[in-house]
Design a protein around this ligand. Sequence first.
Ligand code: ZN
Length: 154
Amino acid sequence: MSRFDLSPPTPAQHDALVAGLSPDERRVLLQHGTEAPFCGVFLDNKREGTYCCRLCGLPLFRSSTKFDSGTGWPSFFAPYDEAHVGRIRDTSHGMIRTEIVCARCGSHLGHVFPDGPPPTHERHCLNSVSLAFTEAAQPLPDPLHRGGAEGGPA
Ligand SMILES: [Zn+2]
């Protein structure tokens, strides 16, 4: 069980969060876009901390599961919590892939592939613009003002 409140943002909250996004962020998060490889700001980020949903702030990945996949996108072998990352079958572009989305707000994150390192052998391939990074021991973002367990140290 996640200690986070996974109920989706209200339509009004969603609209307010979307209003704070840049055009690039909207294209990826809301319209399933993909950023160019080797351009994302988090590709070479080696700092310790938590990667959260750019839109709603839900923790999605830990720096301890980040690895260099050589693909040009930040990659993780496991989610922060399985309940935080939703999986959707994606048959666009003539391929069968598994899209990953924020389980709380539905924002597009990237795709997951079965060619990652142990122990999971999964490669969660992320768009940097879908993520917000919080340094270890800093308060997590809480844009929905849920309080409680949220906002505590990562
Ligand atoms: Zn989210």
